[in-house]
Write a protein that binds this ligand. Structure first.
Ligand SMILES: C[S@@+](CC[C@H](N)C(=O)[O-])C[C@H]1O[C@@H](n2cnc3c(N)ncnc32)[C@H](O)[C@@H]1O
Length: 238
């Protein structure tokens, strides 16, 4: 997960490969946007995937590179945990670092999708714990339909939600009937996507609903503990 940092003084994008927990040496409140692609909760086990290559490379390169000293490629700072609350707290530390480097009107934008409500709640938890709110959710075409794990899935997800967050101003308008607002928004976005030729699975519709629920919930100032109730109004048939 690398953060792309825009340095306005030189009007250029400066890639900053770093652990998401410390984007050093970027100073406080100095960047306009952090755009990232964080781990997908319990979807993909990145270090386990890397271990396949690590097992072949480490015996040869261990003597030359300190990186290959550990027995496998897992790392203590890795954002990966099957437990939703632990995942949320690890990701919140990364988002907290993003907040530190962002200007007060800067944006944090990242992609996400998940087929279970608890994945979305943990993202909401991470965003709010780091002092952000979700201000917009945009569906985009995510991965190739033919990808092998997807062709074997009954309801493949082909959409990613790009979530746009801003530092929370702490001002919220408690609204009535949030579920209905989410439903109408979801229907309208899905209609638009279908009119442009997208064929949407039920899981795709679910991604649109969940991502918009985070934006609506944020605007209404819902706490993470209030989210499961709202999200449970939208189900994905199994
Ligand atoms: C969804 S993947 C991003 C994939 C990337 N966009 C690409 O196309 O290759 C999330 C990545 O975040 C990495 N990651 C996990 N914890 C991290 C941390 N604390 N700092 C930086 N990257 C981390 C994972 O190893 C994984 O490669």
């Amino acid at each position: 997960m690398s953060a792309t940092v825009t340095d306005t003084s030189v009007q250029a994008a400066r890639p900053a490969p770093a652990s998401g927990r410390a984007i050093e040496p970027v100073p406080d409140k100095s960047v306009d946007a952090v755009i990232t692609d964080p781990p997908y909760f319990d979807f993909v086990h990145y270090s386990e995937l890397s271990d396949f290559f690590y097992a072949w490379l480490a015996p040869v390169l261990r003597g030359e590179y300190e990186y290959f000293t550990p027995p496998d490629s897992s790392h203590t700072s890795e954002v990966q945990d099957r437990h939703p609350a632990k995942f949320a707290s690890k990701l919140a530390r990364v988002f907290g670092e993003c907040r530190r480097v962002l200007k007060d009107d800067g944006i944090l934008s990242f992609s996400f999708h998940h087929s279970r409500a608890e994945g979305w709640v943990s993202i909401y938890e991470a965003v709010t714990a780091a002092g952000f709110e979700v201000v917009a959710a945009h569906p985009i075409y995510g991965e190739m339909k033919g990808a092998s794990p997807k062709s074997s899935t009954k309801e493949p997800i082909t959409l990613d939600a790009v979530l746009v967050c801003k530092k929370s101003a702490g001002v919220h308008a408690r609204a009535e009937n949030l579920a209905e607002e989410i439903r109408l928004k979801t229907e309208s976005i899905c209609r638009e996507l279908q009119a442009s030729g997208f064929s949407l699975s039920q899981a795709d519709t679910y991604v649109v609903a969940m991502s918009n629920a985070l934006a609506v919930g944020s605007r209404a100032g819902l706490t993470p503990t209030e989210m499961p109730d709202l999200l449970s109004k939208f189900t994905l048939p199994r």
